[in-house]
Structures are given as C-alpha cells and as structure tokens.
Design a protein around this ligand. Structure first.
Ligand SMILES: [Zn+2]
Length: 244
C-alpha cells in the first residue's frame, strides 16, 4: 500500500488485507443482504480490452468477472468494486465513497497508462484509409494544419467510421493515435464546412490533452474552448451538424 491510498481510507478493517476476493464479496454480500444466505461465489480475472467488470447470478452461484487490469489493485479498491457490482445487481444505491475510491484508482496515471496499452494490444480497432468516396481526410487535415497550426501538427492515422453515425461525428483515439470521422460526411452534396469543423475539433484534442485532475476529467478545457473560437464560421458549422 502506498501512502496516498492509505490516506484515502481512514478506519477500514485491517482484516481486509487477509481476505481473498471471494471473502470480500461474501462479506459485502452479508452487509447488503443480511437476511439472505450467501450464495456460492466465484471470482475470476479475465483478459478484457478495458477495465470493465461483470457480475451475474447463475443457478444460485454469483459469478464475478473482473478485468485482469485490476488484478493487482489494493484490497480497498477490490472492496469498493464489490460494493459497486453487488449494489448494481441488487439495485441498491452505491455509497459515494466506494464510487469515489474506485474511480480515483482507475484515474491514477499508472492505471491509465496500463489501460491504454492493453487497449492497443487487445482492442483491435478498424481504421480505414483517409480517402473516402467524396472527401480525402488527408487533404482536409493538411489544409487545417497549415491554416491553424503552422503546419506543425504530425499527421495521425485518419479514417472513416465503418457505419454512418449521427451520434458520433468524430473521435480522436489517443491509444491508436487516430482520428476517425463519421462516414455521414462522405456524401456528395454534404457541406465540407461541417466536416472541416469536426476535423478541426479533433485536431484541437490532439493539441490539448485531456486534463486529469483527481476524479474529474476535463476534456474541453478553457484553452480548448478559446482555441476553437478561431474557426471561422463556427456558428454556421455547428448549425450544419445539428441538421445532419
Ligand atoms: Zn471534443
């Protein structure tokens, strides 16, 4: 246990450190459902592409599957996850301290780095080439690069989304260093202004990394918002996106 984790957790039982994951789940279960006999419990660590975890009641057996990213998490973090999963399963409110403890752990720099790495290796992500049927993302990137970034921004991988998504118009994926743009823009008659704006917005994400500050994660910082205002016809572009 490092000092920082110890500081977070005043007054929890020391027995915690001697419990197996199954024992932690059994104890939390008894606390949440004191009148129900504890079912058989099975906890396994699985190779997922992210830090997700799952719980399921199956033939009277509680099966918990936890990302192996969390295999070396300290006991208090495992305990917090047990509360979160069991409360979700039994539709009980989750005490804030457990959510907070768990999120704080996931947000630690080493955890983020490890999660990024695992995502790169395990999550195979499809990125098409930059050339669409109508527009070439490379040309748009280079034009914006010259105009707004002094041509200094290194080109990430550029691609079109597989489906025609309205809800996700563009996406910058730091672990793949890729900007993926919705194919919805790659149609004749579709205004280039909307596409340019989405690309510009994603390029700003490359320039202004996400601000991780404790549990809060600020994606669009003040600097980001200021820089975005440099885009000419910003209002018009946003209007186009609304009408897609
Ligand atoms: Zn954004």
């Amino acid at each position: 246990m490092s000092d920082s984790e110890g500081m977070l957790l005043p007054g929890f039982q020391s027995s915690l450190f001697f419990e197996t994951p199954e024992e932690i789940y059994a104890r939390v279960f008894r606390e949440l459902k004191p009148r129900t006999p504890v079912p058989q419990l099975q906890v396994e660590f699985c190779r997922f592409a992210n830090a997700n975890s799952f719980i399921r009641l199956e033939n009277g057996c509680l099966r918990v599957r936890i990302s192996d990213l969390l295999a070396s998490a300290p006991a208090p973090v495992m305990e917090a996850l047990a509360y979160i999963l069991l409360c979700k399963l039994y539709r009980k409110p989750i005490a804030r301290m457990y959510n907070h403890r768990f999120r704080l752990y996931l947000n630690r720099r080493d955890m983020r780095r490890q999660a990024n790495l695992v995502r790169q290796i395990r999550g195979r992500k499809f990125v098409s080439g930059p050339k669409g049927a109508v527009y070439n993302l490379e040309e748009i990137f280079e034009r914006l690069n010259r105009e707004f970034f002094d041509g200094l921004m290194g080109m990430p991988r550029l691609g079109w989304s597989r489906g025609v998504s309205r809800s996700m118009l563009g996406h910058f994926d730091p672990s793949h260093n890729a900007i993926v743009v919705s194919r919805i823009f790659d149609r004749p008659g579709c205004s280039e202004l909307g596409l340019e704006y989405v690309m510009f917005h994603k390029m700003l994400h490359l320039q202004y990394p996400v601000d991780h500050n404790g549990v809060r994660r600020r994606v669009h910082t003040k600097e980001f918002r200021e820089a975005e205002k440099k885009f000419p016809r910003l209002k018009e572009a946003k209007e186009i996106l609304k009408r897609l």
